[in-house]
Design a protein around this ligand. Structure first.
Ligand SMILES: Cc1ncc(COP(=O)(O)O)c(C=O)c1O
Length: 442
């Protein structure tokens, strides 16, 4: 039961928290009760600078009036419309608006409710597409070591983070993994794309040689791997992957759940790196994190392959009760309008250099073994405490929170991805606080 006087719930036991050290958390809970622009307010009334855009999703900052009003209005006007065999205007409007800012050729949009669902949807579309064009033997899906593609079975099968996989049985049959490109010995302290590692894409040829190209449906990668600790694609890597997938009739899926909607200073990473995939998965920044929503973007070639057979028949037996939910669509439209009105993708680009220099000023501080950055995203990798992996970075997270800034950690890597409205003084505060934290860590 909530305690009205303090905002702090009396009982924390019922809520089994996701991706959280539940026992540690419940001994010393960290509760946010409000948010505005670049800041959260804690239950004890402190301001915390948001260095992570929530979970890489609040790209326009918090409680933006246009988005808030659009959601309030929509929920009163049309709260829900059936998603199957029925429609409502805003779903069509949002799909067209996404297409207008998407990389060229991405003509069609399938709505989901999260990044994980976008991944499942894209994998299923890829398999079904291969079958639709008479390539039904192509059933293998290829991911990459250290990849994160959400938490559902398709996503963990192609994903490459061991803790997300080891407890959950055998996953999908027939998935393969490219080697990761986290080459700290060769690429440490690179600003932007590293020089080394593009040739690791050639591992796809080994798979083709071993399994036969006619067995492989699709390759899915994050163009920039976020959750594994911000790993940039080596120069030429994505281009090579595109070249090889084309050569062997394999679809290329970019998982842009983090990189979509401005994070790298372009609308999508596909545009940023000038590499054209066949499918793009999105979520997070699509609605600024306000209402759960995701979307899969597909080329006409893929979409049109399904548009055959009797017209009264459903072409793709896939979808969710909340695909294109009206309130989510209203949030999405207002979010994209906010990005456009405030030119936030270009803003991210114009702040990127200041961000880069601030981040790299941490080089030489205790425990730091690498710093990586691109657009408004950055990572500081720490030397793990011997025998206690993840602890040092987690301690940094706790201490930074106490000092008024929110960062994220994965393993012993500190990841930051602030809202794109960040000002230089916020960057100074974020990096300055992190410097203090690093100096004080064991
Ligand atoms: C690249 C990528 N794919 C998929 C997901 C899963 O998204 P969600 O948590 O919305 O299911 C994430 C989440 O961080 C992600 O970074």
């Amino acid at each position: 039961m909530a305690n009205d006087h303090t905002n702090i719930p009396n009982d924390l036991s019922a809520f089994w928290m996701p991706f959280t050290a539940n026992r540690q958390y419940k001994k010393a809970p960290r509760l946010f009760t409000a948010a505005k622009d670049m800041h959260y307010t804690t239950a004890d009334g402190r301001q915390v600078l948001d260095g992570t855009a929530g979970l890489w999703c609040c790209n326009a900052g918090h409680a933006r009036p246009k988005i808030t009003e659009a959601v309030q209005k929509q929920v009163a006007e049309l709260d829900y419309a059936p998603a199957f065999q029925m429609g409502h205007p805003k779903a069509f409007e949002l799909a067209s608006t996404i297409r207008d800012i998407a990389p060229k050729g991405m003509e069609h949009v399938f709505f989901t409710n999260s990044g994980s669902e976008s991944v499942e949807t894209a994998l299923k579309i890829a398999l079904a597409y291969q079958r639709a064009i008479g390539q039904g033997t192509r059933t293998r899906l290829v991911g990459r070591e250290k990849g994160y593609h959400g938490v559902n079975f398709g996503g963990i099968s192609v994903g490459g983070l061991v803790n997300n996989r080891r407890m959950f049985g055998q996953h999908l049959n027939g998935t393969l993994h490219l080697p990761h490109t986290h080459l700290i010995d060769k690429n440490a302290y690179t600003k932007g794309q590293p020089e080394h590692g593009w040739e690791l894409a050639d591992d796809l040829e080994r798979m083709v040689a071993l399994h036969g190209e006619e067995t492989i449906a699709a390759v899915i990668v994050e163009p920039m791997a976020g959750s594994a600790g911000v790993i940039m694609p080596p120069k030429g890597y994505l281009e090579r992957l595109r070249e090889l997938t084309k050569k062997y009739g394999i679809l290329l899926i970019f998982d842009e759940v983090i990189t979509g909607f401005g994070r790298l200073g372009s609308s999508f990473a596909a545009e940023h790196f000038d590499v054209q995939p066949d499918l793009i998965t999105t979520a997070k920044g699509l609605t600024n994190g306000v209402i759960p929503m995701g979307a899969v973007l597909a080329t006409s070639e893929i979409h049109d392959a399904f548009m055959t057979g009797p017209e009264h028949m459903i072409e793709l037996f896939h979808g969710y009760t909340y695909s294109g939910n009206p309130v989510a669509c209203a949030a999405g439209l207002a979010t994209l309008e906010t990005y456009r009105e405030e030119d936030l993708f270009n803003r991210a680009d114009s702040m990127a250099e200041y961000w880069q220099e601030a981040l790299h000023s941490l080089k030489g501080l205790p425990h730091v073994i690498d710093i990586r950055n691109m657009g408004l995203i950055g990572a500081v990798e720490l030397e793990p405490i011997a025998g206690e992996p993840t602890k040092r970075a987690f301690n940094a997270f706790l201490e930074a929170y106490d000092k008024g800034v929110l960062i994220r950690t994965t393993g012993d890597i500190i990841a930051m991805s602030p809202p794109l409205i960040i000002e230089k003084e916020h960057i100074d505060q974020l990096i300055g606080t992190l410097a203090d934290v690093l100096k004080s860590l064991d």
